[in-house]
Design a protein around this ligand. Structure first.
Ligand code: ATR
Length: 278
């Protein structure tokens, strides 16, 4: 039996087993099973040993271990290095490698929406700006693809976080970002406003930022997908803006992880999406 795991704390809410087991069955990988396991920091070393011993074939890592797992790994892929965030593990030639598929997951989702994956390489292109709320563990996985999309246009990735010190830490990792005071908005049209904070996970939790003057062409994007519509997205919809929750990013990161482990590219079809919405 090939065993796969998602580790985190809490972990009950994770929909990864639902999706990964569905794809494993669909692709005839009948000797594979994917489970969730709630772990503490002290368990991380043992998990790595289990991968090394071949007892576990692959692991997804979720909150709060995406950064904490790094010291236990032998190598990181480029994106995991850039973001200092790991969500997928596998063994290659007895080395435990950490990957970050959140970044690709987000980039693919935005690309599918806008069809503008190619960054600007010319200088005479219209500027492209993005606004990120939050500077937590997942934020670097959003800064990286958005900086890629800004490309060489004169635009920026703007970031605002409640705690200034955490925003400053993020700027150390990404010196090109522009910091915005919490509660304020960038002085320019932004293509997308992304919520990477945990505000909205609890019902009626709202971010107290006034977006009433934002352009109707701005997409409001929330990484949260449960609840499906946070107050941040609801308010944007009521203002007439386009909105998107984190479900497609979740599916796209799962798809990339599945590819890393099995070399098979699973399809995100209506049935896959329906599984999550049951
Ligand atoms: P992580 O472990 O990923 O860092 P977290 O501690 O829940 O997760 O924080 C994620 C983000 O949500 C952070 O940017 C955090 O802001 P702070 O740096 O100020 O803590 C943000 N966040 C959490 N609760 C918030 C709230 N009530 N208002 C504004 N931002 C909040």
């Amino acid at each position: 039996m090939k065993k796969y795991l998602v580790i985190g704390n809490p972990i009950d809410h994770s929909q990864s087993p639902l999706i990964q087991n569905y794809w494993m069955k669909k692709h005839g990988l009948l000797d594979s099973i994917y489970e969730k396991r709630k772990v503490e920091k002290k368990d991380l070393k043992k998990i790595i040993e289990e991968i090394r011993d071949g007892k576990i074939a692959g692991v997804n890592v979720t909150v709060p271990f995406k950064k904490l797992i790094i010291p236990y790994l032998d190598e990181l892929d480029e994106t995991a290095r850039d973001t200092q965030s790991v969500n997928t593990l596998r063994k290659v030639d007895n080395k435990i490698i950490g990957y970050n598929t959140d970044t690709t997951g987000f980039l693919k989702t935005v690309h599918d929406y806008y069809n503008f994956l190619t960054p600007h390489h010319a200088t005479d292109v219209p500027r492209r700006d993005f606004f990120i709320l939050g500077a937590g563990g997942v934020t670097p996985s959003i800064v990286t693809p958005l900086q890629f999309l800004v490309g060489r246009s004169s635009g920026s990735v703007w970031v605002s976080n409640r705690t200034k010190e955490n925003a400053n830490q993020l700027k150390k990792l990404f010196p090109k970002i522009e910091l915005v005071k919490w509660g304020e908005v960038p002085p320019i049209f932004c293509d997308i406003v992304v919520n990477t904070t945990s505000v909205g996970l609890k019902k009626d939790d709202n971010i107290n930022i006034d977006f009433t003057n934002s352009d109707k062409k701005t997409l409001f994007y929330d990484l949260i997908y449960n609840p499906k519509e946070t107050p941040f997205l609801r308010d944007a919809r009521l203002r007439g803006n386009k909105t998107m929750n984190g479900q497609m990013m979740f599916l796209n990161q799962a798809k990339e992880a599945f590819k890393i482990w099995t070399n098979v590219t699973p399809e995100i079809d209506d049935k896959t999406i329906k599984l999550l919405n049951k």
